[in-house]
Design a protein around this ligand. Structure first.
Ligand SMILES: [Zn+2]
Ligand SMILES: [Zn+2]
Length: 144
């Protein structure tokens, strides 16, 4: 299903409208391809005040369209929900706080999933999904 159509339907099912601002925020996050902080979302964008962006991000988060990614610098970053963009992981820089998406090739992802399932079963924990982020130094920070 097309991204905006799916977003509109998800919002409608929780009694919310897919306003122009919300559509714009979904667009920005879809094009970024990485989690963005609030200042990065509004930077250079006229007609998108930070207060309005924040309010609408919260609405989109409540509706399950986007999720907040906790990064190493303490700034919340936002990305589209995995149901909309697909499962992935993150590379988080512990020095500058940058967060990048990390897509693991499908065969490796399946192997990882099986391994985590075994660990979960040993702990009598019924897993539905996993989140796995790598923390370290990005290319720029690692080379200084
Ligand atoms: Zn860095
Ligand atoms: Zn995974």
């Amino acid at each position: 299903m097309e991204l905006h159509q799916e977003a509109a339907e998800r919002l409608a099912s929780s009694g919310r409208r897919y306003t122009r601002t919300r559509r714009r925020l979904v667009d920005i996050l879809a094009k970024a391809g990485m989690p963005l902080s609030l200042p990065a979302i509004v930077r250079g964008r006229k007609n998108l005040p930070q207060s309005s962006a924040y309010r609408n991000l919260a609405e989109l988060e409540t509706a399950g369209l986007i999720r907040r990614v906790a990064s190493e610098d303490g700034f919340a970053r936002y990305e589209l929900a995995e149901e909309l963009t697909g499962h992935h992981h993150h590379l988080m820089c512990s020095r500058c706080g940058q967060v990048q998406d990390l897509h693991i090739p499908a065969p490796l992802e399946r192997r990882l999933d099986r391994t985590l399932d075994v660990l979960a079963r040993e702990a009598a924990f019924a897993t539905v999904r996993h989140r796995l982020d790598l923390i370290g130094l990005c290319r720029a920070c690692g080379s200084t």
